[in-house]
Write a protein that binds this ligand. Sequence first.
Ligand code: PLP
Length: 422
Amino acid sequence: MAVEPALSALTPGAFSGTVLRSDFAVFDRPTRSGKRLVFLDAAASAPKPRTVVDTMADAYSHHYANVHRGIYELSEDATGLFEAARGKVAAFIGAPSKREIVFVRNATEAINLVAYSWGRANVHSGDRVVTTQLEHHANIVPWQQLTAEVGATLDYVAITDDGRLELDDLREKLGNGPKLLAVAAVSNALGTINPLAEIVKMAHEAGALVLVDAAQAAPHMPIDVAALDCDFLALSGHKMLGPSGIGALWGRRELLDAMPPFMTGGSMITKVTMEGAEWNEVPHKFEAGTPAIVEAIGLGAAIDYLTNLGMDAVREHERYLFERAWPALGEIPGVRRFGPNDAETHAGVISFVLDGIHPHDVATVFDSEGVAVRAGHHCAQPVMLRYDIPATTRASFYVYNDLDDIDALTSAVRATQTLFAG
Ligand code: PLP
């Protein structure tokens, strides 16, 4: 039988979400329902603190020019801010060098970059790649495309009834000698925190490289690529309080150096003749064209904000909310929750269904209560397949959420059940 966390064992959150709400202008806006906005959809995209918006407005107003090219003050100024943002990303994930940080649009592009560049150069007919049934489509489809194109095989690690990776199955799949394991640090559909250190060790012992999809982990918990010992890591700025249109790929320097470019054009070359071109060094080799300059600077401001809170404290705060929300939902008859039952291995993402009510209807009623949640397959259809459901309703927490939001969540569940019972 599932064991609920003991309420008496809970400690207060590391900081109060109530205080942080005022850092986010979106909470000033009235809702259609006239109720307090309870935002529980950070896993899709997070609101932006004022400091990110202000930093970007200032960059556009006073520091904007194209980067890396201009021999004049404004361009040097913009380049300095842009490159400082790269350094902030590197420090945030424990990368040994900021040259290992490639700016991309989002985690999807980061994974595609590896699948196209490293994948097409290293995965050949008869080879294997391993991913898992727990992944977001962004960490499945690029590998499906790669393996289909080169005649390789894609294996999927199975998931348990409570939403964990089957480690025995992983061991078996790794036993076939794959070139790469592509795995999420945290599942966006179930909230599962994977035991990454153990997984990376197992993969390396089997001779596979490891790409970590950190789209749901980087915003919510400390990440240290050096300690983790992975080979590639992908993240999206918009999920970690930064703007959309900017994300990062981290890769080991020697891997990035050996990889061919993904896109070609300006900035990524050192020399172009009519016969051919020579590539710039990393990370510029992978940054063709004018980058998302102000978005990168905005991501830097988001990282400053998170670093100021402390990523241990962010994780602690979300664990505190999870430890209340999970049993509170479990106490309501007709609620089926998905994912691990313990706060150690479950991030601030709770997927659930209400008996007899479609998740889209649930989200619609929630909206009328001022509660913003996501309903659907969460771009993780293989997960839905595993539990034989079309969709779930998903509540995801972040730094601005507080206990009132958890009360609003459970009240919205009861209101929905009452409405559909009537
Ligand atoms: N990986 C995971 C685990 C995600 O949750 C998401 C987005 O929800 C992605 C990848 C893709 O992120 P993006 O759409 O920012 O590229």
